[in-house]
Design a protein around this ligand. Structure first.
Ligand code: HEC
Length: 122
């Protein structure tokens, strides 16, 4: 009886571990710390300030100049394409109002990688 209870507890603990975001397919390599950092940088008005133009996650008072950032894995299965959109959106659309965060060094490479990790949770 005791052993059964212990086994059940172990199984529950394992299930909780595997339910962690980092175990989801498609976000391989994205650890929780990176996702948290990406969200911070994206929401920070002095950093990404993505909320000025995009609805994303639970961000307060989002703008609607750009499309809502939803279902990102389904719409951007290619991580490199999503990253390129943030690094320099003018490659896709020379007339875009979205700033080239990477090209103009508004954000560092690691900040952009973290934002992509966060976007893939949306
Ligand atoms: C000044 C407004 C503005 C800001 C700030 C901005 N964007 Fe954008 N973004 C746009 C617009 C407008 C588009 C539509 C595509 C275009 O213009 O070519 C877009 C498109 C995108 C797309 C493609 C979405 C799709 O559904 O095709 C992604 C991803 C994206 N932005 C991410 C971000 C992230 C991440 C940030 C913050 C680091 C950010 N944007 C900041 C205006 C903005």
């Amino acid at each position: 009886m005791r052993n059964t209870a212990k086994l059940a507890t172990t199984a529950l603990t394992l299930a909780a571990l595997f339910a962690g975001t980092s175990m989801l397919p498609g976000v391989a390599g994205a650890d929780d710390a990176s996702i948290t950092k990406g969200k911070e940088v994206a929401y920070d008005r002095k950093k990404g300030n993505c909320l000025a133009c995009h609805m994303m996650g639970d961000g307060a008072s989002p703008g609607d100049i750009g499309p809502p950032l939803v279902a990102m894995q389904a719409r951007f299965p290619d991580r490199a394409k999503l990253r390129a959109q943030i690094w320099d959106p003018m490659v896709n659309n020379p007339g875009t109002r979205m700033p080239a965060f990477g090209k103009y060094q508004a954000l560092s490479d690691s900040e952009i990688d973290a934002i992509v990790d966060y976007l893939y949770t949306l």
